[in-house]
Design a protein around this ligand. Structure first.
Ligand SMILES: [Zn+2]
Ligand SMILES: [Zn+2]
Length: 237
């Protein structure tokens, strides 16, 4: 029989929910989050297309706002049976979402012993500044080379954030709290849902959709540059 351990206490908490409300939970002690990042990698972008949620999940540069917490800081209070996962490859992250309404919930490594849960912003509420209030500012940007267009510079805290995360993972592994997770069966270490792994053809189809989207702003900006140049030429006459 499958046995899942979940965090016992749920103090305040930042509510977590899928769009339709069937999956509910909390992040206990949001202030203890490991880091907050924006990831622009093609996998995260492809995932948004897989769920047909690109408009909701991706910012104007194709970034996804992600909050990393320990699994023991997460409490799913309702709809755990609705959590399913996919992976873009047989070694890729497990990407968990609510099957009721395809809301992205979190990404996790494939091993239960790597105790990090990367919560996707789409399940953390839509109120303005909700993430800032609970988790503070974005610590870092990841894979900015895959961003669409130029991403404005920002002050990052990459080294300290990663150091904090690694330290927390080691502690969770040593004290056994990595076992308090709603995503894995603690006895077997297997995910509670069999991952749907995409084929290469399916991945390529997602990438085509992604490129189609990224071409539109590029076309517009190229047209804008051409029009600007034309205008400047006219001005100088
Ligand atoms: Zn739902
Ligand atoms: Zn990513």
């Amino acid at each position: 029989m499958r046995r899942c351990l979940v965090a016992k206490e749920s103090k305040v908490p930042h509510p977590l929910s899928c769009n339709c409300g069937a999956v509910q939970g909390f992040v206990t002690h949001p202030e203890k989050r490991l880091n907050r990042s924006i990831c622009y990698c093609r996998d995260c972008q492809s995932y948004a297309y897989f769920l047909n949620k690109a408009e909701q999940m991706l910012d104007s540069h194709g970034g996804t706002d992600v909050v990393a917490v320990l699994p023991s800081a997460l409490s799913i209070t309702q709809g755990r049976d609705k959590l399913v996962c996919m992976s873009l490859s047989d070694r890729g992250l497990l990407r968990w979402y609510a099957r009721c309404c395809t809301t992205a919930i979190a990404n996790t490594p494939r091993s239960v012993k790597l105790a990090v849960v990367n919560l996707v912003h789409s399940c953390l509420g839509r109120a303005p500044n909700a993430l800032e209030r609970s988790y503070g500012r974005v610590d870092m940007r990841l894979n900015a080379r895959s961003a669409q267009g130029h991403v404005p510079p920002m002050r990052e805290h990459k080294v300290s954030s990663l150091a904090r995360t690694i330290k927390a993972l080691i502690v969770a592994r040593l004290d056994g709290t990595y076992r308090y997770t709603p995503f894995f069966d603690v006895d077997s270490g297997a995910p509670v849902s069999v991952p749907e792994v995409l084929s290469q053809i399916e991945r390529e189809q997602l990438l085509k959709r992604l490129w189609a989207r990224s071409c539109i702003p590029l076309c517009l900006s190229a047209r804008g540059i051409r029009q600007g140049t034309k205008r400047r030429r006219q001005d100088t006459r």
